[in-house]
Design a protein around this ligand. Structure first.
Ligand code: UDP
Length: 414
């Protein structure tokens, strides 16, 4: 295991996003939790949503007086990551047989990561996702008092062979956290099942307020005409994110509003051949239409550019056909832009249809909503204000810290 260093975060910097009652709740919880020792454990400190969240959550908790160490698994090779990628896909429903070879590889790397654990002394340990889940079998006689497993993936319809394998370990934990009730199978005997949605950091590069001028300057570099309406979708090139559907929506809208432009902004992993295939498919469908901009991290898209696209878009789409939570929806709402999302998964949790955004099930419905929003700036402003307020109340890193602290306190009292 390796200890991860994080940048400092100051709780006072977040006060502007909190209500007085949240601050009181923090003060109350800290009275019980100050000085408690917590370990967070996951597979990687860079890349992926979990690492991004821990880079904000861990220093924030430390600043509040709870001592949090963040450990990542070490000595893991591609052999391990190939197996755990297959765990990830199968726990989200992929049909495939669990092979003994995979179990052996998984447990081998788990064992390699237990060497320091005998010396660990923690009041709580939070193990994130399946990769380190089996560590608990070495920890039951350790100086770690409470074990918590945090599931970040959609386990609503898992491949049962993989779920049963994982269940053997997670059923030993003192508490299990899922994003939503739908993600945990009924008839389980898991202890202290708790639901905590993911969160965003309002002070990260991706979410910090950008002036409109600065954001416009950034998107202009990618060929966007800031004097014409822009719809955008920020997401991986993946069939479940439906970038092809977004192009169909754009084409319907274009017939009525010829000046409209669309941006598809996505990050590409060099080792993910499926997403390259899907990007090429999307490019073929876009053809010679120069009002369709397709840009990726290979063109220079980082968190700041994502922020700029979200900040200047007239309508943000997340036309997913399946979605765990959809942080891009949270980020879009936080920018105070109107968001239209597929009526699926975690998007339904975030958007109340017609109130804080729109939920759609078809291309036609989506196009109609886009046109409606582009033609009614008042409506767009009204729903986006409600969307931003919902994120402030429910999906910021401060709320995430409160959720964890409440669970810690509950376990202390158990
Ligand atoms: N993202 C990014 N660059 C891109 C596209 C996406 O940084 O070009 C980020 C996006 O801002 C969000 C995350 O990747 O924070 C995607 O999370 P989400 O929950 O929406 O979908 P996932 O990819 O996890 O299915």
């Amino acid at each position: 295991m390796e200890l991860v260093r994080t940048e400092q975060k100051k709780f006072v910097d977040y006060l502007e996003f909190l209500d007085a009652e949240d601050v009181r709740e923090f003060e109350e919880l800290i009275r019980y939790l100050k000085g408690k020792k917590v370990a967070m454990v996951n597979a990687t400190c860079y890349g992926g949503g979990v690492a991004e969240k821990l880079h904000s959550l861990v220093p924030l908790m430390n600043d509040l007086g709870v001592h949090v160490d963040w450990w990542v698994m070490s000595s893991c090779t591609n052999q391990f990551y190939n197996v755990t990628k297959s765990f990830h896909n199968c726990l989200q429903g992929l049909e495939k047989k669990l092979e003994q070879r995979e179990i052996d590889i998984y447990l081998h790397y788990i064992h390699l990561n237990t060497s320091h654990m005998q010396d660990w002394q923690y009041d709580f340990i939070v193990i994130h996702d399946p990769q380190p889940a089996a560590l608990i079998q070495y920890g039951e006689n350790s100086n770690i008092k409470k074990w918590i497993w945090r599931c970040h993936i959609d386990t609503s319809t898992p491949n049962m062979e993989y779920w049963n394998f994982l269940y053997h370990y997670i059923s030993r934990y003192d508490a299990c956290i899922f994003t939503m009730p739908e993600y945990v199978k009924e008839n389980h005997a898991l202890k202290n099942v708790t639901f905590i949605p993911p969160s965003i950091d309002p002070l990260s590069f991706k979410n910090i307020p950008l002036t409109r001028e600065r954001a416009q300057e950034i998107v202009t570099e990618f060929g966007i005409d800031i004097n014409r309406p822009l719809i955008s979708q920020i997401s991986r090139f993946d069939p479940w994110k439906d970038p092809l559907g977004v192009l169909d929506v754009y084409r319907i809208v274009k017939k009525e509003l010829p000046e409209v432009q669309v941006a598809l902004v996505g990050s590409m992993a060099s080792d993910d051949p499926e997403s390259w295939d899907y990007l090429y498919r999307t490019l073929r469908k876009a053809g010679e239409d120069y009002d369709i901009k397709i840009v990726t991290n290979f063109n220079g898209i980082t968190g700041l550019e994502v922020n700029a696209f979200q900040t200047v878009s007239d309508v943000i789409l997340q036309k997913s056909l399946k979605e765990g939570f959809g942080l891009t929806v949270t980020e879009g709402l936080w920018k105070g832009r109107p968001v239209i999302g597929g009526n699926v998964g975690g998007i339904r949790l975030q958007i109340e249809d017609g109130v804080s955004g729109f939920l759609v099930s078809t291309v036609e419905e989506c196009a109609e909503r886009v046109l409606n929003l582009l033609r009614n700036p008042m409506l767009a402003r009204e729903i986006s204000e409600k969307g931003r307020e919902k994120v402030r109340k429910e999906y910021l890193v401060t709320g995430n810290a409160l959720n964890y602290f409440n669970l810690f306190l509950k376990l202390l009292q158990d």
